[in-house]
Design a protein around this ligand. Structure first.
Ligand code: CIR
Length: 258
């Protein structure tokens, strides 16, 4: 890649309260905080290896899910949007991220009540954005965001969701026209124009991979997805995400890239 897609990232250290993060998978057990910190360190190193300068925000103990910074903002080439998380326990996460983004962006928009939108529902494909209409992102939030995109010369469209947490829980754009898709999204007409890499049910968690410049970061333990991406000529970095997975967190959720 001659021109890097991204040069910077923002992450937030996991709080000890992470063990109380929202989860739809209580059967996986509580996260181990010390292991989560080590996995987070490895994540930051991986972003650095991809060429990003990483800013690390301090842990926010009052907000168990606050390490999932992707949900509280959307960063584009021309502007950033501060989102409005649907869950009350996450609403206080935005302040620190807003202040930091102001160092990088002159143009910062925001989602307003009654809109809700979480960044995990926003998938960027060049100048086009897909917005998952999930239990976290309502029609009003999506409409506000799409209007903000249109005002800056981007396009956006809503995507009806299967019962999946966020859009990018189930599909990730790998650049070069390649879309990684969970079975739930495989037949979506919105995605028919892409070269689709289908993710097997047993590897569904790896539908959330992260393309960053010349690499794709893949959660370890998903050999089928990693092999499919390598067959397409992509260089992969594998990271153990076990502790974040326990509270529904994937690779993309842990950072804002811009
Ligand atoms: C939540 O339910 O909000 C967190 N436990 C997980 C957020 C994951 N974020 C993402 O997929 N972008």
């Amino acid at each position: 890649m001659t021109q890097p897609m991204f040069t910077k990232a923002i992450v937030r250290r996991p709080a000890r309260s992470l063990v109380h993060g929202i989860t739809t998978h209580p059967e996986l057990g509580r996260p181990d905080y010390d292991l989560a910190l080590r996995q987070h360190d490895a994540y930051v190193r991986a972003l650095e290896r991809c060429g990003l300068a990483v800013r690390v925000l301090p842990a926010l103990e009052e907000f168990p899910d606050s390490c999932f910074v992707e949900d509280v903002a959307v960063c584009t080439k021309r502007f950033a949007t501060i989102t409005r998380p649907a869950t009350v326990s996450r609403s206080g996460e935005i302040a620190g991220v807003r202040a930091l983004l102001a160092e990088y962006y002159d143009d910062i928009d925001e989602i307003r009540e009654p809109g809700t939108l979480e960044g995990g529902d926003v998938m960027m494909v060049g100048d086009e954005f897909f917005v998952g209409l999930s239990s976290r992102t309502n029609a009003e939030g999506a409409a506000q965001f799409i209007a903000a995109l249109n005002r800056r010369g981007f396009s956006g469209r809503g995507v009806t969701m299967p019962p999946t947490l966020h859009l990018k829980t189930g599909c990730s754009y790998m650049e070069d026209d390649v879309l990684l898709v969970d079975r739930a999204f495989a037949s979506y007409p919105e995605f028919s124009r892409f070269k689709r890499v289908d993710v097997a049910l047993a590897e569904a968690y790896a539908a959330n991979c992260l393309r960053v410049n010349d690499y794709v970061i893949v959660p370890s333990g998903h050999p089928g997805v990693a092999a499919s991406l390598r067959e397409l000529g992509m260089e992969t970095i594998e990271l153990d995400m076990s502790e974040f997975r326990k509270i529904d967190g994937g690779l993309s959720c842990l950072s804002l890239r811009f």
